[in-house]
Design a protein around this ligand. Structure first.
Ligand SMILES: [Zn+2]
Length: 220
Protein backbone atom coordinates (compact mmCIF):
# COMPACT_ATOMS: atom_id res chain seq x y z
CA UNK A 1 0.00 0.00 0.00
CA UNK A 2 3.11 2.17 0.16
CA UNK A 3 2.51 3.68 -3.26
CA UNK A 4 -1.18 4.40 -2.71
CA UNK A 5 -3.25 7.22 -1.31
CA UNK A 6 -5.58 7.28 1.70
CA UNK A 7 -8.18 9.61 3.17
CA UNK A 8 -8.43 9.62 6.97
CA UNK A 9 -11.71 10.50 8.68
CA UNK A 10 -10.27 12.94 11.17
CA UNK A 11 -11.68 14.77 14.18
CA UNK A 12 -8.50 15.87 15.93
CA UNK A 13 -9.18 13.42 18.77
CA UNK A 14 -6.96 10.66 20.15
CA UNK A 15 -8.39 7.87 18.00
CA UNK A 16 -8.43 9.58 14.64
CA UNK A 17 -5.02 11.19 15.22
CA UNK A 18 -3.59 7.73 15.96
CA UNK A 19 -5.24 6.56 12.72
CA UNK A 20 -3.63 9.48 10.90
CA UNK A 21 -0.17 8.41 12.11
CA UNK A 22 -1.02 4.81 11.14
CA UNK A 23 -2.00 5.99 7.64
CA UNK A 24 1.18 8.08 7.28
CA UNK A 25 3.10 4.91 8.11
CA UNK A 26 1.22 2.79 5.55
CA UNK A 27 0.52 5.02 2.54
CA UNK A 28 2.52 7.19 0.18
CA UNK A 29 0.02 10.02 0.34
CA UNK A 30 -2.52 10.91 3.01
CA UNK A 31 -5.32 13.44 3.23
CA UNK A 32 -7.74 14.17 6.06
CA UNK A 33 -11.41 15.04 6.14
CA UNK A 34 -13.24 16.56 9.12
CA UNK A 35 -17.00 16.86 9.42
CA UNK A 36 -18.37 20.07 10.83
CA UNK A 37 -21.77 19.53 12.40
CA UNK A 38 -21.77 22.43 14.87
CA UNK A 39 -19.82 20.57 17.51
CA UNK A 40 -19.98 22.19 20.92
CA UNK A 41 -16.57 23.64 20.31
CA UNK A 42 -15.39 24.95 16.99
CA UNK A 43 -12.08 24.40 18.79
CA UNK A 44 -12.42 20.77 17.65
CA UNK A 45 -12.21 21.90 14.01
CA UNK A 46 -9.32 24.26 14.82
CA UNK A 47 -7.50 21.45 16.63
CA UNK A 48 -7.92 19.10 13.65
CA UNK A 49 -6.73 21.83 11.26
CA UNK A 50 -3.61 22.58 13.28
CA UNK A 51 -2.67 18.89 13.62
CA UNK A 52 -3.10 18.40 9.86
CA UNK A 53 -0.97 21.46 9.19
CA UNK A 54 1.76 20.33 11.57
CA UNK A 55 1.87 16.89 9.94
CA UNK A 56 1.80 18.41 6.46
CA UNK A 57 -1.37 16.69 5.24
CA UNK A 58 -4.22 18.25 3.29
CA UNK A 59 -7.29 18.91 5.44
CA UNK A 60 -10.80 19.28 4.08
CA UNK A 61 -13.67 20.38 6.31
CA UNK A 62 -17.09 19.30 5.07
CA UNK A 63 -20.21 21.00 6.33
CA UNK A 64 -22.51 18.42 7.90
CA UNK A 65 -24.66 20.84 9.87
CA UNK A 66 -27.71 19.06 8.49
CA UNK A 67 -27.05 16.43 11.16
CA UNK A 68 -28.11 18.98 13.73
CA UNK A 69 -31.37 19.40 11.87
CA UNK A 70 -31.91 15.65 11.64
CA UNK A 71 -31.01 14.56 15.14
CA UNK A 72 -30.62 17.22 17.80
CA UNK A 73 -28.34 15.84 20.48
CA UNK A 74 -25.94 16.73 23.24
CA UNK A 75 -22.89 17.29 21.03
CA UNK A 76 -24.60 19.81 18.83
CA UNK A 77 -27.05 21.45 21.19
CA UNK A 78 -25.80 23.15 24.33
CA UNK A 79 -29.18 22.84 26.03
CA UNK A 80 -29.09 19.02 26.21
CA UNK A 81 -26.90 17.45 28.88
CA UNK A 82 -24.33 14.83 27.93
CA UNK A 83 -25.35 11.71 29.75
CA UNK A 84 -24.91 8.00 29.33
CA UNK A 85 -27.33 5.81 31.23
CA UNK A 86 -26.32 2.21 31.75
CA UNK A 87 -27.50 0.04 28.86
CA UNK A 88 -28.77 2.94 26.76
CA UNK A 89 -27.31 4.83 23.83
CA UNK A 90 -25.55 8.00 25.00
CA UNK A 91 -27.37 11.29 24.42
CA UNK A 92 -24.62 12.18 21.94
CA UNK A 93 -25.96 9.57 19.51
CA UNK A 94 -26.95 10.61 15.98
CA UNK A 95 -28.55 7.82 13.99
CA UNK A 96 -26.54 6.95 10.92
CA UNK A 97 -23.79 9.45 11.64
CA UNK A 98 -20.95 7.11 10.77
CA UNK A 99 -22.83 5.83 7.71
CA UNK A 100 -23.04 9.41 6.45
CA UNK A 101 -19.45 10.31 7.37
CA UNK A 102 -17.97 7.28 5.63
CA UNK A 103 -20.15 7.79 2.56
CA UNK A 104 -19.09 11.42 2.19
CA UNK A 105 -15.48 10.45 2.86
CA UNK A 106 -15.74 7.92 0.03
CA UNK A 107 -17.08 10.51 -2.43
CA UNK A 108 -14.18 12.77 -1.52
CA UNK A 109 -11.66 9.91 -1.66
CA UNK A 110 -12.64 8.95 -5.20
CA UNK A 111 -12.44 12.59 -6.29
CA UNK A 112 -8.87 12.89 -5.00
CA UNK A 113 -7.82 9.52 -6.41
CA UNK A 114 -7.65 7.67 -3.10
CA UNK A 115 -8.84 4.08 -2.85
CA UNK A 116 -8.17 3.74 0.87
CA UNK A 117 -10.33 5.20 3.66
CA UNK A 118 -9.13 5.06 7.26
CA UNK A 119 -11.50 5.45 10.20
CA UNK A 120 -11.01 5.13 13.96
CA UNK A 121 -14.25 3.31 14.71
CA UNK A 122 -13.94 0.63 17.35
CA UNK A 123 -16.08 -2.28 18.41
CA UNK A 124 -14.14 -2.97 21.63
CA UNK A 125 -15.30 0.10 23.53
CA UNK A 126 -18.62 -0.32 21.77
CA UNK A 127 -21.02 2.21 23.19
CA UNK A 128 -23.98 1.07 21.13
CA UNK A 129 -23.37 2.75 17.79
CA UNK A 130 -24.55 0.12 15.30
CA UNK A 131 -22.78 1.82 12.37
CA UNK A 132 -19.40 1.54 14.12
CA UNK A 133 -19.50 -2.27 14.13
CA UNK A 134 -17.11 -4.25 11.97
CA UNK A 135 -19.96 -6.03 10.18
CA UNK A 136 -21.46 -2.68 9.22
CA UNK A 137 -18.15 -1.27 7.94
CA UNK A 138 -17.60 -4.38 5.79
CA UNK A 139 -21.15 -4.14 4.48
CA UNK A 140 -20.77 -0.45 3.66
CA UNK A 141 -17.45 -1.17 1.93
CA UNK A 142 -19.25 -3.49 -0.49
CA UNK A 143 -22.07 -0.98 -0.95
CA UNK A 144 -19.69 1.91 -1.66
CA UNK A 145 -17.79 -0.16 -4.21
CA UNK A 146 -21.04 -0.95 -5.99
CA UNK A 147 -22.38 2.60 -5.63
CA UNK A 148 -19.34 4.23 -7.22
CA UNK A 149 -17.91 1.35 -9.27
CA UNK A 150 -14.60 1.77 -7.45
CA UNK A 151 -12.43 -0.53 -5.33
CA UNK A 152 -12.45 1.21 -1.97
CA UNK A 153 -10.77 -0.43 1.01
CA UNK A 154 -11.97 0.82 4.40
CA UNK A 155 -9.30 0.38 7.09
CA UNK A 156 -10.19 0.29 10.79
CA UNK A 157 -6.91 -0.02 12.71
CA UNK A 158 -8.65 0.44 16.08
CA UNK A 159 -11.59 -1.92 15.52
CA UNK A 160 -10.51 -4.67 17.91
CA UNK A 161 -8.27 -2.85 20.35
CA UNK A 162 -9.11 -1.10 23.63
CA UNK A 163 -8.14 2.40 24.78
CA UNK A 164 -4.89 1.22 26.40
CA UNK A 165 -3.93 -0.59 23.19
CA UNK A 166 -4.73 2.55 21.20
CA UNK A 167 -2.14 4.40 23.31
CA UNK A 168 0.26 1.52 22.65
CA UNK A 169 -0.31 1.82 18.90
CA UNK A 170 0.37 5.57 19.05
CA UNK A 171 3.57 4.80 20.96
CA UNK A 172 4.67 2.20 18.39
CA UNK A 173 4.10 4.80 15.68
CA UNK A 174 6.33 7.25 17.57
CA UNK A 175 3.34 9.48 18.28
CA UNK A 176 2.66 8.95 21.99
CA UNK A 177 3.59 12.46 23.15
CA UNK A 178 2.07 14.09 20.09
CA UNK A 179 -1.28 12.35 20.65
CA UNK A 180 -1.20 13.02 24.38
CA UNK A 181 -0.43 16.72 24.09
CA UNK A 182 -2.10 17.86 20.89
CA UNK A 183 -5.37 15.98 20.48
CA UNK A 184 -8.79 16.99 21.72
CA UNK A 185 -11.13 14.40 23.20
CA UNK A 186 -12.64 16.42 26.06
CA UNK A 187 -16.31 17.45 25.83
CA UNK A 188 -15.29 20.69 27.57
CA UNK A 189 -12.90 21.59 24.77
CA UNK A 190 -9.60 21.29 26.66
CA UNK A 191 -6.73 19.92 24.51
CA UNK A 192 -4.38 17.23 25.87
CA UNK A 193 -5.30 15.61 29.18
CA UNK A 194 -8.54 17.65 29.17
CA UNK A 195 -10.82 18.60 32.05
CA UNK A 196 -10.54 15.19 33.69
CA UNK A 197 -14.22 15.20 34.62
CA UNK A 198 -16.27 14.51 31.49
CA UNK A 199 -16.98 10.93 30.25
CA UNK A 200 -14.55 11.32 27.32
CA UNK A 201 -11.72 12.46 29.62
CA UNK A 202 -12.38 9.62 32.07
CA UNK A 203 -12.29 7.00 29.30
CA UNK A 204 -9.11 8.49 27.83
CA UNK A 205 -7.39 8.80 31.23
CA UNK A 206 -8.27 5.22 32.21
CA UNK A 207 -6.75 3.85 28.99
CA UNK A 208 -3.67 6.03 29.39
CA UNK A 209 -3.13 4.94 33.02
CA UNK A 210 -3.49 1.28 32.02
CA UNK A 211 -0.98 1.62 29.19
CA UNK A 212 1.55 3.65 31.20
CA UNK A 213 1.41 1.04 34.01
CA UNK A 214 1.92 -1.75 31.47
CA UNK A 215 4.85 0.08 29.87
CA UNK A 216 6.50 0.58 33.28
CA UNK A 217 5.93 -3.09 34.05
CA UNK A 218 7.68 -3.99 30.80
CA UNK A 219 10.68 -1.91 31.91
CA UNK A 220 10.43 0.57 29.06
ZN1 LIG B 1 -13.13 16.56 29.65
Amino acid sequence: MKNEKAVVVFSGGQDSTTCLFWALDHFAEVETVTFNYNQRHSLEIDCAASIAEELGVKHTVLDMSLLNQLAPNALTRGDIEIEHKEGELPSTFVDGRNLLFLSFAAVLAKQVGARHIVTGVCETDFSGYPDCRDVFVKSLNVTLNLAMDYQFVIHTPLMWINKAETWKLADELGAFNFVREKTLTCYNGIIGDGCGECPACKLRAAGLAEYVAERKGAGA
